[in-house]
Design a protein around this ligand. Structure first.
Ligand code: SF4
Ligand code: SF4
Length: 577
C-alpha cells in the first residue's frame, strides 16, 4: 500500500511555486493526482492516483511531503488517521491485567496516539475519513479478541483511567502549595510530606515528577498510564518509582512509555516496539517479553516482522582500556565551597582534553556549583583551580523563548566553533527545525536544539545537564555519539550530568561521583575510570547490574538476589571481569 502524507504546518503555498503540482508527472499528463483543498488552500494528494515516483517529495522546498510504500497487510490494520494525507497509526498495544505493558519507540511515531486511544481520550477512526465509525464498528473490528472486550469497557464508560502526563514541568504553573494541589486532585499525597508547604512554582523537576507519579498511583482506576515517568528522577528514585508502578499491576492494568531502557527493563513485563517514520506513520509490533523486546529494539531488527528499523546499538561487557595518555585541560586541588548553608568538597583531580566525563549523583548535590567554580563564576572558599576555562552550559530545565530556531543559531554564529554545522547541526537534524518557533517544539525537539546550541559554542568545557530528558532511546544514542565526537575533534571536555545508565555507559570515558546529602553537603570524587566510577557510585546506592547474555546490555539485579550478593562480595557492581 502507498501512503502520501503532507505536513500541513510545513507546507507554505504562499512561499513556494507549487512545485508539487508543477513537477508531478501525473498532473502533467492531465491526471488530477493533486488538488487544492478548499479548507486550507493547501494540496491534497490522491493516494489512489499517485504512482509513488517521489518527484514531489524532492521538489517541495519545505520538505512537507512524504510518500511511503508500506507492506500490503497493514492496510487492514489501520487504527487511526489524522485527516486526509495525515499521520497513520497501524495496530495497537493491548493492556493486560496483572501486567505492566511498555511502549518502546521513537518520538513522533504514535505512542501518544496509542495512549490516547487506550485511555478513551481519542476515539479511533479506523482510517475512515468520510464518516466516523460507531463504537459497534470499532468493537467489530477486533471481534473475538481481548481488544474487543477492552473497547467494550471504553465504549460504555466503565473503564476508569489514571494518567501521568509526559510534560510535568507544566504543573509548576499552578498557583498555591503542593498541599493545595494534592487536595485539589483528591488524593492523600503519601510520601510527599516534606514538600507539602512548598509552592508548586518552586519545587524541582524531580519533585514535580514524584508528585505527578504519586497522584496518578493514588487514584482509584482500572488502568494506569505513565508517560515517561523517569524524567528528572535520579537513579535511585527511578527504581523506587518502578517498584511503586509494578505494585499497581498486581490487580490492575498498567501501560508505560519509558525511554530509559534500564528502568523499562525493571518496570515492564512485556513491551510493544513501535516503528515507522516520524510524523508519517507508526506500526505497533506484537507483544514481546521485556528482555527479548529490549534486545530486539537495540538490535534494530524485528525478525518476525522482517523489518529493519534502525542501526544496531551494542554494549561492552568489560570496561574499556585506556589507550593513550591525554593532555590535561584543567586541574583542581582540594576545592571546598560553602554557599547558603550548603557545603561542597571536591577531591583533587584533573580533566583531560577530549574527555567526556559522566557525572553521577543525586539532584541538589553540588554538581552545578562545581562547574561554576571551574568557570570562575564563583570563587572556591578553599583550594585552587590551575586555569580559568570558558564553559558552555545546557541547563537541566529548559524554557523556550518566542524565537525561530534559525534565528537562535544565526544571531549567535560569531560565538560558534567552525565544526558546529557539520558535526552538530547536521547529525542532530537541527536544520529540519529551522523554520519552527522554539515555543512550538516538542519536549524532545527543544532538548535537541538546546544540546546543539550548547555544543556549538566555542568553549573549553561543556556542561550538559540531563540531556536525555524527553529524548527517545535512539535520539539519546545519537546525542551521545555527537558529544563524544566533538570533544575528541576539538580537544575540549564535556561534563555530562545524567541518570540514564545506558546513556552514561555510551557517552562517558570517565566518571565523577557526587555523594552526600542533597541541599546540605556534597562530596565530589574522580574523575575515575568507568569501572571504578561505576563501582563507587553503585556501591553508594546499593545497586548492582548484571550483563544480558545476548546484547551485553546492563540489567539491574534484584537486591538480595544471588548475583547481587556475589557481585557485592567481590566489589564488581557493573562490569563483568
Ligand atoms: S507541498 Fe511543498 S511544494 Fe506543494 S504547496 Fe506545499 S510547500 Fe509548496
Ligand atoms: S509521488 Fe509522483 S505521482 Fe505521486 S503526487 Fe508526487 S509527483 Fe505526483
Amino acid at each position: 500500500m502507498r501512503i502520501a502524507v503532507i505536513d500541513r504546518d510545513r507546507c507554505q503555498p504562499k512561499k513556494c511555486s507549487m512545485e508539487c503540482i508543477k513537477y508531478c508527472p501525473r498532473m502533467r499528463g492531465g491526471i488530477k493526482v493533486i488538488e487544492i483543498s478548499e479548507d486550507d488552500h493547501k494540496p491534497v494528494i490522491s493516494e489512489e492516483l499517485c504512482v509513488g515516483c517521489g518527484i514531489c517529495v524532492h521538489k517541495c522546498p519545505f520538505h512537507a511531503i512524504h510518500i511511503e510504500n508500506l507492506a500490503e497487510e497493514l492496510q487492514k490494520d489501520i487504527v487511526h488517521q489524522y485527516g486526509v494525507n495525515g499521520f497513520r497509526l497501524f495496530r495497537l498495544p493491548l493492556p493486560r491485567k496483572h501486567k505492566v505493558v511498555g511502549l518502546l519507540g521513537e518520538n513522533g511515531i504514535g505512542k501518544t496516539t496509542a495512549l490516547n486511544i487506550l485511555s478513551g481520550k481519542l476515539k479511533p477512526n479506523l482510517g475512515h475519513m468520510d464518516h466516523e465509525p460507531s463504537w459497534d464498528d470499532i468493537i467489530d473490528e477486533w471481534s473475538g479478541t481481548e481488544a474487543a472486550e477492552f473497547f467494550k469497557t471504553v465504549a460504555d464508560g466503565r473503564l476508569t483511567v489514571s494518567y501521568k502526563p509526559q510534560y510535568i514541568d507544566r504543573l509548576s504553573h499552578h498557583k498555591g502549595t503542593v498541599q493545595d494541589f494534592v487536595e485539589e486532585m483528591g488524593v492523600k499525597g503519601e510520601g510527599l510530606e516534606a514538600l507539602m508547604g512548598r509552592k508548586m512554582s518552586e519545587i524541582s523537576g524531580g519533585e514535580l515528577q514524584q508528585l505527578a507519579i504519586t497522584i496518578a498511583t493514588e487514584r482509584e482506576a482500572d488502568i494506569y498510564f505513565f508517560d515517561e515517568p523517569s524524567s528528572y528522577l535520579d537513579i535511585k528514585n527511578r527504581l523506587e518509582m518502578s517498584k511503586k508502578v509494578r505494585e499497581l499491576a498486581r490487580d490492575r492494568m498498567v501501560v508505560v512509555v519509558e525511554h530509559d531502557l534500564a528502568v523499562l527493563d525493571s518496570l515492564a513485563d512485556i513491551v510493544h516496539i513501535l516503528y515507522g517514520k516520524k510524523g508519517v506513520y507508526g506500526v505497533v509490533a506484537g507483544a514481546k517479553g521485556v528482555r527479548h523486546g529490549i534486545n530486539l529494539y537495540l538490535s534494530g531488527y524485528l525478525k518476525e516482522e522482517n523489518v529493519r528499523f534502525s542501526e544496531e546499538i551494542t554494549f561492552e561487557k568489560h570496561p574499556p582500556r585506556e589507550i593513550r595518555e591525554k593532555e590535561t585541560l584543567i586541574s583542581f586541588e582540594g576545592l571546598r565551597k560553602t554557599l547558603d548553608g550548603f557545603e561542597l568538597v571536591v577531591e583533587s583531580g584533573e580533566i583531560a582534553k577530549g574527555d567526556v566525563i559522566g557525572i553521577l549523583g543525586p539532584n541538589g548535590i553540588g554538581k552545578t556549583t562545581f562547574v561554576r567554580m571551574l568557570a570562575g563564576i564563583i570563587e572556591p572558599t578553599e583550594g585552587s583551580i590551575d586555569t580559568e576555562v570558558k564553559v558552555s552550559y545546557k541547563p537541566q530545565y529548559l524554557t523556550a523563548e518566542d524565537k525561530m530556531v534559525s534565528l537562535l543559531f544565526s544571531e549567535n554564529k560569531r560565538h560558534f566553533h567552525p565544526l558546529y554545522e557539520k558535526e552538530i547541526l547536521l547529525p542532530l537534524g537541527i536544520a529540519d527545525l529551522f523554520d519552527k518557533n522554539l515555543t512550538s517544539l516538542s519536549g524532545g525537539e527543544l532538548q535537541t536544539v538546546a544540546i546543539a546550541f550548547c555544543l556549538s559554542f566555542d568553549a573549553d568545557v561543556y556542561l550538559i545537564d540531563e540531556p536525555s530528558a524527553y529524548l527517545d532511546a535512539k535520539q539519546r544514542m545519537k546525542v551521545a555519539k555527537v558529544i563524544k565526537r566533538i570533544m575528541e575533534k576539538e580537544a575540549k571536555a564535556a561534563l555530562v550530568v545524567e541518570h540514564d545508565v545506558y546513556f552514561i555507559d555510551m557517552v562517558s570515558q570517565s566518571l565523577m561521583v557526587f555523594s552526600g546529602e542533597p541541599g546540605k553537603r556534597g562530596l565530589a570524587r574522580g574523575p575515575f575510570s568507568l569501572r571504578q566510577g561505576m563501582n563507587e557510585f553503585l556501591r553508594d546506592i546499593n545497586i548492582t547490574f548484571r550483563r544480558d547474555e545476548e546484547s551485553h546490555r546492563p540489567r539491574v539485579n534484584k537486591v538480595g538476589s544471588t548475583l547481587d550478593r556475589e557481585q557485592k562480595a567481590i566489589g564488581e557492581y557493573y562490569y563483568e571481569l
